[in-house]
Design a binder for this molecule. Structure first.
Ligand SMILES: Nc1ncnc2c1ncn2[C@@H]1O[C@H](COP(=O)(O)OP(=O)(O)OP(=O)(O)O)[C@@H](O)[C@H]1O
Length: 444
Protein backbone atom coordinates (compact mmCIF):
# COMPACT_ATOMS: atom_id res chain seq x y z
CA UNK A 1 0.00 0.00 0.00
CA UNK A 2 1.39 3.38 -0.95
CA UNK A 3 0.14 6.97 -0.69
CA UNK A 4 1.56 10.19 -1.99
CA UNK A 5 1.39 13.91 -1.51
CA UNK A 6 2.11 15.69 -4.76
CA UNK A 7 2.32 19.47 -4.48
CA UNK A 8 3.47 21.75 -7.27
CA UNK A 9 6.40 23.98 -6.18
CA UNK A 10 4.70 27.14 -7.41
CA UNK A 11 4.37 29.02 -4.13
CA UNK A 12 4.40 28.54 -0.37
CA UNK A 13 2.10 25.73 0.65
CA UNK A 14 -0.99 26.83 2.56
CA UNK A 15 -3.19 25.22 5.18
CA UNK A 16 -5.37 23.66 2.45
CA UNK A 17 -2.40 21.88 0.88
CA UNK A 18 -1.21 20.95 4.36
CA UNK A 19 -4.54 19.36 5.13
CA UNK A 20 -3.98 16.97 2.21
CA UNK A 21 -0.41 16.22 3.27
CA UNK A 22 -1.57 15.46 6.80
CA UNK A 23 -4.47 13.28 5.60
CA UNK A 24 -2.08 11.23 3.45
CA UNK A 25 0.58 10.94 6.14
CA UNK A 26 -1.95 9.89 8.81
CA UNK A 27 -3.63 7.39 6.54
CA UNK A 28 -0.24 5.92 5.61
CA UNK A 29 0.82 5.66 9.27
CA UNK A 30 -2.51 4.13 10.29
CA UNK A 31 -2.27 1.43 7.65
CA UNK A 32 1.48 0.88 7.70
CA UNK A 33 1.72 2.17 4.11
CA UNK A 34 4.62 3.85 2.32
CA UNK A 35 4.36 7.63 2.04
CA UNK A 36 5.77 9.28 -1.04
CA UNK A 37 6.50 12.98 -1.54
CA UNK A 38 6.35 13.83 -5.23
CA UNK A 39 7.31 17.26 -6.45
CA UNK A 40 5.05 18.07 -9.39
CA UNK A 41 7.30 20.42 -11.31
CA UNK A 42 6.21 19.77 -14.88
CA UNK A 43 5.04 23.38 -15.21
CA UNK A 44 8.48 24.78 -15.88
CA UNK A 45 7.38 28.41 -15.97
CA UNK A 46 5.78 28.45 -12.53
CA UNK A 47 7.90 25.86 -10.68
CA UNK A 48 10.79 27.14 -8.56
CA UNK A 49 13.48 25.24 -6.71
CA UNK A 50 13.13 27.57 -3.73
CA UNK A 51 9.46 26.56 -3.36
CA UNK A 52 10.40 22.87 -3.48
CA UNK A 53 12.91 23.52 -0.69
CA UNK A 54 10.33 25.55 1.20
CA UNK A 55 7.69 22.86 1.08
CA UNK A 56 10.13 20.22 2.33
CA UNK A 57 11.03 22.54 5.19
CA UNK A 58 7.36 23.20 5.94
CA UNK A 59 6.44 19.50 5.98
CA UNK A 60 9.42 18.71 8.19
CA UNK A 61 8.33 21.50 10.54
CA UNK A 62 4.92 19.83 10.77
CA UNK A 63 6.67 16.59 11.73
CA UNK A 64 5.73 14.89 8.47
CA UNK A 65 8.48 12.73 7.02
CA UNK A 66 8.38 10.67 3.82
CA UNK A 67 9.68 7.26 2.85
CA UNK A 68 10.57 8.18 -0.72
CA UNK A 69 10.66 11.31 -2.81
CA UNK A 70 11.34 12.41 -6.37
CA UNK A 71 10.48 15.17 -8.74
CA UNK A 72 8.71 14.79 -12.02
CA UNK A 73 11.37 16.66 -13.96
CA UNK A 74 13.68 13.68 -13.24
CA UNK A 75 11.35 11.25 -14.98
CA UNK A 76 10.80 12.87 -18.35
CA UNK A 77 12.02 9.74 -20.16
CA UNK A 78 9.25 7.70 -18.50
CA UNK A 79 6.62 10.16 -19.67
CA UNK A 80 8.10 10.08 -23.17
CA UNK A 81 7.73 6.28 -23.19
CA UNK A 82 4.09 6.53 -22.08
CA UNK A 83 3.45 9.14 -24.78
CA UNK A 84 4.78 6.72 -27.41
CA UNK A 85 2.55 3.93 -26.08
CA UNK A 86 -0.52 6.14 -26.29
CA UNK A 87 0.41 7.36 -29.78
CA UNK A 88 0.91 3.78 -30.94
CA UNK A 89 -2.50 2.73 -29.69
CA UNK A 90 -4.11 5.75 -31.34
CA UNK A 91 -5.25 7.26 -28.05
CA UNK A 92 -3.07 10.36 -28.46
CA UNK A 93 -3.82 12.38 -31.57
CA UNK A 94 -2.17 15.49 -32.96
CA UNK A 95 -4.00 18.82 -32.96
CA UNK A 96 -3.21 22.06 -34.74
CA UNK A 97 -6.02 24.42 -33.77
CA UNK A 98 -4.92 27.69 -32.26
CA UNK A 99 -6.35 29.19 -29.04
CA UNK A 100 -8.42 31.60 -31.16
CA UNK A 101 -9.87 28.83 -33.31
CA UNK A 102 -10.80 26.84 -30.22
CA UNK A 103 -12.39 29.87 -28.59
CA UNK A 104 -14.47 30.53 -31.72
CA UNK A 105 -15.64 26.90 -31.76
CA UNK A 106 -16.58 27.07 -28.09
CA UNK A 107 -18.64 30.21 -28.64
CA UNK A 108 -20.40 28.69 -31.63
CA UNK A 109 -21.35 25.61 -29.61
CA UNK A 110 -22.64 27.73 -26.75
CA UNK A 111 -24.76 29.75 -29.22
CA UNK A 112 -26.19 26.45 -30.49
CA UNK A 113 -26.92 25.50 -26.86
CA UNK A 114 -24.49 22.59 -27.05
CA UNK A 115 -21.97 21.87 -24.27
CA UNK A 116 -18.64 23.58 -25.11
CA UNK A 117 -16.76 20.31 -25.56
CA UNK A 118 -13.95 19.94 -28.08
CA UNK A 119 -15.44 18.53 -31.33
CA UNK A 120 -12.54 16.19 -32.18
CA UNK A 121 -12.18 17.75 -35.59
CA UNK A 122 -8.49 16.82 -35.63
CA UNK A 123 -9.32 13.17 -35.10
CA UNK A 124 -10.93 13.19 -38.53
CA UNK A 125 -7.93 14.78 -40.17
CA UNK A 126 -6.42 12.76 -43.03
CA UNK A 127 -2.72 11.93 -43.33
CA UNK A 128 -2.45 14.41 -46.21
CA UNK A 129 -4.04 17.23 -44.22
CA UNK A 130 -1.65 16.55 -41.40
CA UNK A 131 1.36 16.51 -43.73
CA UNK A 132 0.13 19.77 -45.22
CA UNK A 133 -0.18 21.41 -41.79
CA UNK A 134 3.32 20.31 -40.87
CA UNK A 135 4.67 21.49 -44.21
CA UNK A 136 3.18 24.88 -43.33
CA UNK A 137 5.39 24.94 -40.23
CA UNK A 138 2.71 23.97 -37.72
CA UNK A 139 3.77 21.80 -34.79
CA UNK A 140 1.09 19.65 -33.19
CA UNK A 141 0.11 19.35 -29.57
CA UNK A 142 -1.50 16.09 -28.51
CA UNK A 143 -4.88 15.25 -27.08
CA UNK A 144 -5.97 12.04 -25.41
CA UNK A 145 -9.07 10.45 -26.92
CA UNK A 146 -11.32 9.78 -23.98
CA UNK A 147 -13.55 6.70 -23.85
CA UNK A 148 -17.24 7.11 -24.47
CA UNK A 149 -18.70 5.89 -21.22
CA UNK A 150 -19.02 6.90 -17.62
CA UNK A 151 -16.15 6.33 -15.23
CA UNK A 152 -17.29 5.46 -11.71
CA UNK A 153 -15.51 4.68 -8.44
CA UNK A 154 -16.26 4.36 -4.75
CA UNK A 155 -14.66 7.40 -3.23
CA UNK A 156 -13.69 7.04 0.41
CA UNK A 157 -15.01 10.54 1.16
CA UNK A 158 -17.46 11.43 -1.61
CA UNK A 159 -19.07 8.00 -1.92
CA UNK A 160 -20.10 6.63 -5.32
CA UNK A 161 -18.68 9.10 -7.83
CA UNK A 162 -19.14 9.35 -11.57
CA UNK A 163 -17.58 11.33 -14.38
CA UNK A 164 -19.28 11.38 -17.79
CA UNK A 165 -16.37 11.38 -20.19
CA UNK A 166 -18.36 12.55 -23.25
CA UNK A 167 -19.10 15.82 -21.47
CA UNK A 168 -15.37 16.57 -21.14
CA UNK A 169 -13.04 17.79 -23.87
CA UNK A 170 -10.26 15.39 -24.79
CA UNK A 171 -7.42 16.65 -22.59
CA UNK A 172 -4.16 17.94 -24.02
CA UNK A 173 -1.39 15.72 -22.59
CA UNK A 174 1.57 16.96 -24.62
CA UNK A 175 2.21 20.60 -25.49
CA UNK A 176 3.51 21.71 -28.89
CA UNK A 177 6.98 22.12 -27.35
CA UNK A 178 6.90 18.42 -26.41
CA UNK A 179 6.47 18.95 -22.66
CA UNK A 180 4.11 16.67 -20.82
CA UNK A 181 1.14 17.85 -18.78
CA UNK A 182 0.54 16.97 -15.18
CA UNK A 183 -2.54 14.90 -16.07
CA UNK A 184 -0.41 12.27 -17.80
CA UNK A 185 2.76 12.55 -15.69
CA UNK A 186 0.77 11.95 -12.53
CA UNK A 187 -0.81 8.74 -13.88
CA UNK A 188 2.53 7.40 -15.11
CA UNK A 189 4.13 8.05 -11.71
CA UNK A 190 1.28 6.55 -9.73
CA UNK A 191 1.32 3.42 -11.90
CA UNK A 192 5.07 2.95 -12.07
CA UNK A 193 5.90 3.77 -8.46
CA UNK A 194 3.16 1.55 -7.07
CA UNK A 195 0.85 4.15 -5.55
CA UNK A 196 -2.37 2.45 -4.43
CA UNK A 197 -4.34 5.21 -2.69
CA UNK A 198 -4.84 8.74 -3.99
CA UNK A 199 -6.08 11.19 -1.35
CA UNK A 200 -6.39 14.70 -2.75
CA UNK A 201 -8.58 17.79 -2.99
CA UNK A 202 -12.00 17.68 -4.61
CA UNK A 203 -10.67 20.09 -7.23
CA UNK A 204 -9.36 16.87 -8.81
CA UNK A 205 -12.71 15.02 -9.11
CA UNK A 206 -13.06 15.47 -12.87
CA UNK A 207 -9.36 14.81 -13.29
CA UNK A 208 -9.84 11.48 -11.60
CA UNK A 209 -12.37 10.37 -14.22
CA UNK A 210 -9.92 11.35 -16.95
CA UNK A 211 -6.92 9.81 -15.20
CA UNK A 212 -8.66 6.49 -14.63
CA UNK A 213 -9.31 6.39 -18.37
CA UNK A 214 -5.66 7.21 -19.13
CA UNK A 215 -4.41 4.64 -16.62
CA UNK A 216 -6.51 1.95 -18.25
CA UNK A 217 -5.26 3.01 -21.68
CA UNK A 218 -1.75 2.42 -20.29
CA UNK A 219 -2.73 -1.08 -19.19
CA UNK A 220 -3.92 -0.57 -15.61
CA UNK A 221 -6.64 -2.92 -14.43
CA UNK A 222 -9.98 -1.38 -13.49
CA UNK A 223 -10.06 -0.44 -9.81
CA UNK A 224 -6.26 -0.16 -9.70
CA UNK A 225 -6.43 2.92 -7.43
CA UNK A 226 -8.51 3.77 -4.40
CA UNK A 227 -9.52 7.42 -4.32
CA UNK A 228 -10.51 9.85 -1.60
CA UNK A 229 -11.33 13.45 -2.50
CA UNK A 230 -11.33 15.78 0.47
CA UNK A 231 -13.31 19.00 0.24
CA UNK A 232 -11.35 22.17 -0.21
CA UNK A 233 -10.53 24.31 2.75
CA UNK A 234 -11.79 27.89 2.53
CA UNK A 235 -10.56 30.96 4.35
CA UNK A 236 -12.64 32.57 7.11
CA UNK A 237 -14.63 34.61 4.61
CA UNK A 238 -15.37 31.53 2.49
CA UNK A 239 -12.78 32.49 -0.16
CA UNK A 240 -10.46 30.13 -2.01
CA UNK A 241 -6.96 29.70 -0.64
CA UNK A 242 -4.11 30.26 -3.04
CA UNK A 243 -0.37 29.74 -3.06
CA UNK A 244 -0.19 33.23 -4.50
CA UNK A 245 -1.35 34.93 -1.27
CA UNK A 246 0.66 33.70 1.63
CA UNK A 247 -1.51 34.84 4.54
CA UNK A 248 -2.39 31.28 5.44
CA UNK A 249 0.87 29.69 4.38
CA UNK A 250 2.59 27.32 6.78
CA UNK A 251 5.52 29.72 6.66
CA UNK A 252 3.37 32.54 8.05
CA UNK A 253 2.00 30.33 10.83
CA UNK A 254 5.52 29.29 11.76
CA UNK A 255 6.71 32.88 11.82
CA UNK A 256 3.74 33.80 14.02
CA UNK A 257 5.07 31.29 16.55
CA UNK A 258 2.26 28.75 16.26
CA UNK A 259 3.17 25.26 17.36
CA UNK A 260 3.33 22.71 14.50
CA UNK A 261 1.60 20.09 16.66
CA UNK A 262 -1.38 22.41 17.01
CA UNK A 263 -1.50 22.91 13.23
CA UNK A 264 -1.48 19.15 12.63
CA UNK A 265 -4.08 18.48 15.33
CA UNK A 266 -6.32 21.18 13.93
CA UNK A 267 -6.05 20.27 10.25
CA UNK A 268 -6.29 16.52 10.88
CA UNK A 269 -9.79 16.82 12.24
CA UNK A 270 -11.16 20.09 10.88
CA UNK A 271 -14.28 19.38 8.80
CA UNK A 272 -14.68 15.85 10.13
CA UNK A 273 -16.92 14.19 12.70
CA UNK A 274 -14.08 14.24 15.27
CA UNK A 275 -13.46 17.44 17.21
CA UNK A 276 -9.95 18.87 16.97
CA UNK A 277 -7.97 17.90 20.09
CA UNK A 278 -4.34 18.43 21.11
CA UNK A 279 -3.02 15.00 20.15
CA UNK A 280 0.34 13.76 18.93
CA UNK A 281 0.82 12.53 15.36
CA UNK A 282 0.78 8.89 16.55
CA UNK A 283 -2.37 9.43 18.59
CA UNK A 284 -4.09 11.06 15.62
CA UNK A 285 -2.94 8.24 13.35
CA UNK A 286 -4.38 5.45 15.50
CA UNK A 287 -7.87 6.88 15.15
CA UNK A 288 -7.61 8.48 11.72
CA UNK A 289 -10.42 7.53 9.38
CA UNK A 290 -10.77 9.44 6.12
CA UNK A 291 -14.39 8.26 5.93
CA UNK A 292 -15.17 10.61 8.81
CA UNK A 293 -14.22 13.65 6.72
CA UNK A 294 -17.29 15.70 5.83
CA UNK A 295 -18.28 16.12 2.18
CA UNK A 296 -18.80 19.86 2.49
CA UNK A 297 -16.09 22.50 2.42
CA UNK A 298 -14.54 23.43 5.76
CA UNK A 299 -13.45 26.90 6.80
CA UNK A 300 -10.14 27.57 8.39
CA UNK A 301 -10.76 29.51 11.61
CA UNK A 302 -7.72 31.17 13.17
CA UNK A 303 -9.45 31.46 16.56
CA UNK A 304 -9.98 27.70 16.70
CA UNK A 305 -6.35 27.10 15.80
CA UNK A 306 -5.22 29.54 18.48
CA UNK A 307 -7.42 27.84 21.09
CA UNK A 308 -5.87 24.50 20.21
CA UNK A 309 -2.40 26.03 20.16
CA UNK A 310 -2.95 27.24 23.72
CA UNK A 311 -3.90 23.73 24.85
CA UNK A 312 -0.87 22.23 23.10
CA UNK A 313 1.50 24.76 24.66
CA UNK A 314 0.09 24.17 28.13
CA UNK A 315 0.90 20.47 27.95
CA UNK A 316 4.39 20.70 26.45
CA UNK A 317 7.22 19.19 28.44
CA UNK A 318 10.46 21.17 28.75
CA UNK A 319 12.37 18.65 26.65
CA UNK A 320 10.22 19.48 23.60
CA UNK A 321 10.77 23.20 24.11
CA UNK A 322 14.44 23.39 24.96
CA UNK A 323 15.57 24.49 21.49
CA UNK A 324 12.78 27.03 21.08
CA UNK A 325 13.18 28.85 24.39
CA UNK A 326 15.26 32.01 24.78
CA UNK A 327 18.90 31.24 25.55
CA UNK A 328 19.48 30.41 29.19
CA UNK A 329 15.81 29.70 29.91
CA UNK A 330 15.38 26.89 32.42
CA UNK A 331 12.79 24.20 33.01
CA UNK A 332 11.47 26.18 35.96
CA UNK A 333 10.90 29.14 33.63
CA UNK A 334 9.01 27.02 31.10
CA UNK A 335 6.83 25.42 33.75
CA UNK A 336 6.08 28.85 35.21
CA UNK A 337 5.00 30.46 31.94
CA UNK A 338 3.59 27.68 29.77
CA UNK A 339 0.06 28.21 31.04
CA UNK A 340 0.19 31.81 29.86
CA UNK A 341 1.69 31.68 26.40
CA UNK A 342 -0.37 31.39 23.27
CA UNK A 343 2.50 31.98 20.90
CA UNK A 344 6.20 31.24 21.03
CA UNK A 345 6.86 34.94 20.50
CA UNK A 346 5.37 35.69 23.91
CA UNK A 347 8.05 33.60 25.57
CA UNK A 348 10.67 36.22 24.88
CA UNK A 349 8.59 38.76 26.70
CA UNK A 350 8.23 36.59 29.81
CA UNK A 351 11.91 35.80 29.69
CA UNK A 352 12.58 39.55 29.84
CA UNK A 353 10.19 39.81 32.74
CA UNK A 354 12.03 37.22 34.82
CA UNK A 355 15.57 37.62 33.57
CA UNK A 356 15.80 40.93 31.75
CA UNK A 357 15.31 44.61 32.32
CA UNK A 358 11.68 45.62 31.95
CA UNK A 359 10.70 49.00 33.33
CA UNK A 360 7.51 48.79 35.39
CA UNK A 361 5.05 51.72 35.37
CA UNK A 362 5.36 54.24 38.21
CA UNK A 363 2.38 53.90 40.56
CA UNK A 364 0.59 56.73 42.42
CA UNK A 365 1.79 58.04 45.74
CA UNK A 366 -0.36 55.87 47.96
CA UNK A 367 0.62 52.69 46.11
CA UNK A 368 4.22 53.92 46.07
CA UNK A 369 4.24 54.03 49.84
CA UNK A 370 2.74 50.55 49.92
CA UNK A 371 5.40 49.20 47.56
CA UNK A 372 8.21 50.68 49.68
CA UNK A 373 6.70 49.01 52.73
CA UNK A 374 6.60 45.74 50.79
CA UNK A 375 10.26 46.30 49.86
CA UNK A 376 11.22 46.60 53.50
CA UNK A 377 9.59 43.23 54.17
CA UNK A 378 11.32 41.32 51.34
CA UNK A 379 12.63 38.02 52.69
CA UNK A 380 16.35 37.28 52.55
CA UNK A 381 17.79 34.79 50.06
CA UNK A 382 17.53 31.91 49.28
CA UNK A 383 14.14 32.11 47.61
CA UNK A 384 11.91 29.23 46.65
CA UNK A 385 8.30 28.53 45.74
CA UNK A 386 7.18 29.41 49.32
CA UNK A 387 8.77 32.86 49.29
CA UNK A 388 5.85 34.65 47.65
CA UNK A 389 3.47 33.35 50.31
CA UNK A 390 5.63 34.20 53.28
CA UNK A 391 6.36 37.67 51.85
CA UNK A 392 2.69 38.52 51.11
CA UNK A 393 1.62 37.11 54.52
CA UNK A 394 4.04 39.52 56.14
CA UNK A 395 2.75 42.42 53.98
CA UNK A 396 -0.84 41.55 54.85
CA UNK A 397 -0.03 41.55 58.56
CA UNK A 398 1.82 44.86 58.36
CA UNK A 399 -0.59 46.80 56.08
CA UNK A 400 -3.97 45.20 56.74
CA UNK A 401 -4.45 44.91 52.95
CA UNK A 402 -5.95 41.80 51.37
CA UNK A 403 -7.15 40.41 48.04
CA UNK A 404 -6.64 42.58 44.97
CA UNK A 405 -5.37 45.57 46.98
CA UNK A 406 -2.63 43.36 48.37
CA UNK A 407 -1.55 41.49 45.25
CA UNK A 408 -2.29 43.68 42.24
CA UNK A 409 0.20 46.54 42.86
CA UNK A 410 2.92 43.96 43.48
CA UNK A 411 2.21 42.06 40.27
CA UNK A 412 2.18 45.26 38.19
CA UNK A 413 5.37 46.53 39.82
CA UNK A 414 7.24 43.26 39.30
CA UNK A 415 6.01 42.22 35.85
CA UNK A 416 4.62 45.36 34.24
CA UNK A 417 1.51 43.29 33.45
CA UNK A 418 -1.99 43.08 34.90
CA UNK A 419 -2.11 39.33 34.48
CA UNK A 420 0.27 36.48 33.89
CA UNK A 421 1.84 33.36 35.34
CA UNK A 422 1.66 32.58 39.07
CA UNK A 423 3.76 35.09 41.06
CA UNK A 424 4.75 32.22 43.31
CA UNK A 425 6.65 30.70 40.36
CA UNK A 426 7.98 33.95 38.91
CA UNK A 427 9.38 35.46 42.09
CA UNK A 428 12.26 33.01 42.67
CA UNK A 429 13.17 33.25 38.97
CA UNK A 430 13.43 37.05 39.18
CA UNK A 431 15.63 37.03 42.25
CA UNK A 432 16.07 39.47 45.09
CA UNK A 433 18.00 42.25 43.37
CA UNK A 434 15.65 42.54 40.39
CA UNK A 435 12.54 42.51 42.56
CA UNK A 436 13.93 45.18 44.88
CA UNK A 437 14.90 47.40 41.97
CA UNK A 438 11.47 47.15 40.31
CA UNK A 439 9.70 48.00 43.56
CA UNK A 440 11.88 51.10 43.90
CA UNK A 441 11.20 52.18 40.29
CA UNK A 442 7.43 51.65 40.60
CA UNK A 443 7.37 53.61 43.88
CA UNK A 444 9.18 56.67 42.51
N1 LIG B 1 -7.94 25.04 -0.59
C1 LIG B 1 -7.57 23.78 -0.58
N2 LIG B 1 -8.06 22.95 0.37
C2 LIG B 1 -7.68 21.66 0.41
N3 LIG B 1 -6.83 21.11 -0.46
C3 LIG B 1 -6.31 21.87 -1.41
C4 LIG B 1 -6.65 23.25 -1.54
N4 LIG B 1 -5.97 23.75 -2.59
C5 LIG B 1 -5.24 22.74 -3.11
N5 LIG B 1 -5.44 21.60 -2.42
C6 LIG B 1 -4.83 20.29 -2.61
O1 LIG B 1 -3.45 20.39 -2.29
C7 LIG B 1 -2.74 19.36 -2.97
C8 LIG B 1 -1.51 19.94 -3.62
O2 LIG B 1 -1.90 20.58 -4.80
P1 LIG B 1 -1.22 21.74 -5.55
O3 LIG B 1 0.19 21.90 -5.15
O4 LIG B 1 -1.54 21.58 -7.00
O5 LIG B 1 -2.03 22.94 -4.90
P2 LIG B 1 -2.78 24.22 -5.42
O6 LIG B 1 -2.92 25.11 -4.21
O7 LIG B 1 -4.01 23.79 -6.15
O8 LIG B 1 -1.67 24.85 -6.33
P3 LIG B 1 -1.59 25.61 -7.67
O9 LIG B 1 -2.25 26.95 -7.42
O10 LIG B 1 -0.10 25.73 -7.83
O11 LIG B 1 -2.27 24.76 -8.69
C9 LIG B 1 -3.75 18.75 -3.93
O12 LIG B 1 -4.22 17.54 -3.33
C10 LIG B 1 -4.89 19.75 -4.01
O13 LIG B 1 -6.10 19.13 -4.26
Amino acid sequence: MKLRFAPSPTGLIHVGNARQAIANALYARRHGATFQLRIDDTDRERSREEYADALRTDLTWLGIGWDETFRQSDRLDRYAAAIETLKDSGRLYPCFESEQELAAKREARIRMRKPPVYDRAMLRMTAEQRAQAEANGKVPYWRFRLSDGIVAWDDLVMGRSRVKLPSISDPVLVRADGTVLYTLASVVDDLETGVTHVLRGEDHLTNTGVQIDIAEALGARPGRFTFAHLPLLLDEAGGKLSKRFDGLSLRALRQDGIDPGAVVSYLARLGSSDDPAPLSFSELATTYDVRRVSRSAARFDMRQLMALNRKVMHQKPFADMRDLLPEGATEAFWLAVRGNVDLLSELRHWWDVVGGTIVPPVQDEEEGGYLLQALSLLPDDPWDSETWKSWTDAIRAATGRSGKALFHPLRVALTGEEKGPEMRDLLPLMGHARVAERLRIAAR
